[in-house]
Design a protein around this ligand. Structure first.
Ligand code: SF4
Length: 322
């Protein structure tokens, strides 16, 4: 049975205008996100994958209204946040947080780690100083840091510890939903698994929902329940993790999987790898955006854009041939 979604995104668009000349006239748009829809249930992780430049980070920021959407609705617990005013947004923000890729640039270097983690509590007027300090100490312990480290500055932590500080800050207001935008990409491989396991433990304990954004399919396979594959601002495949990794349907998903290294060097990939770069979202290819790179492309792929259709078992794919 389908769980009730905590997050429901419908027809999300984010276009960035391109302005030119003295009068800064709009001469075009970067179509970073072009009609994206998905839902995430309580306690569920949706992995959002694609090459860099496909619009996945813009989705993450737009879903939290850190940047304003151009169109579409974003519901959290049934409330559409796109129509919320400043005051309503302030209350809604408590329920949704973000963990960024690079903890070094997302943590204020002049604040002690304890102040960084306690900042959201202070901004939202939660408790007095003593109560806030106690909560911060508890959060430090929960993410695997010592409360004594509250007095350290960001540069005194290792990369993995800094990401733990970021996670503690994201948890401070007890949110239900966290956007994790490439949260382990800047970390050593040996540390990545520890941070992923921490996120999974926290999900089990607190029933958190994650939108987990990553270009790394191995990481996405480990943490996600369902996966959405993005290409040039659109979702091209959406499926349960097991189904997607066992049998990718979209040629782009197939190509992404073919690029993942196999554990045994004697094994060989038989499927096509993706060649070339992601085209510009300012002037995307006609028809199916993927056709210039697709080994199966036919004549109609150049003129007709395939719709994202249901192919059963909650799976969707945007390809004329699948
Ligand atoms: Fe390839 Fe055509 Fe399918 Fe696009 S619609 S993925 S070009 S086969």
């Amino acid at each position: 049975m389908e769980k009730t979604p905590l997050i429901e995104v419908t027809g999300l668009r984010k276009f960035f205008p391109i302005r030119k000349g003295l009068l800064r006239r709009t001469v075009g748009n970067v179509r970073a996100v072009d009609g994206v829809s998905f839902s995430i249930a309580a306690g569920e992780t949706l992995g959002l994958v694609g090459e860099s430049g496909c619009g996945k980070s813009t989705v993450g920021r737009t879903v939290l209204r850190l940047i304003e959407p151009s169109a579409g609705s974003i519901k959290i617990n049934g409330t559409d946040i796109t129509t919320a005013n400043k005051q309503e947004m302030r209350t809604l923000r408590r329920q949704m947080q973000i963990v960024f890729q690079d903890p070094f640039s997302s943590l204020n270097p002049r604040l002690k780690a304890g102040e960084i983690v306690g900042e959201p509590l202070k901004v939202h007027g939660v408790g007095n100083k003593k109560e806030r300090d106690a909560r911060v100490a508890q959060l430090f312990q929960r993410v695997g840091l010592r409360p004594a480290q509250m007095n350290n500055y960001p540069h005194q932590f290792s990369g993995g510890q800094r990401q733990r500080v970021s996670i503690a800050r994201a948890l401070a207001l007890d949110p239900g939903f966290i956007v994790a935008d490439e949260p382990v990409s800047a970390l050593d491989v040996s540390i990545q698994a520890q941070v992923i396991n921490l996120l999974m433990d926290l999900q089990r304990e607190m029933g958190l929902s994650y939108l987990f954004i990553s270009h790394n399919l191995a990481v996405v396979e480990h943490i996600s329940h369902r996966v959405a594959v993005m290409y040039l601002g659109r979702i091209v495949e959406y499926a349960d993790k097991a189904a997607l990794f066992a049998k990718p349907l979209h040629p782009y998903t197939e190509a992404l999987l073919a690029a993942v290294p196999l554990p045994d060097p004697a094994l060989k990939r038989t499927k096509h790898r993706v060649e070339g770069d992601v085209p510009s979202p300012i002037n995307p290819p006609s028809g199916c955006h993927f056709h210039p790179r697709c080994p199966y492309a036919e004549a109609r792929c150049k003129t007709e854009a395939p719709a994202l259709r249901d192919v059963g078992m909650g799976r969707q794919v945007a390809c004329h041939l699948r």
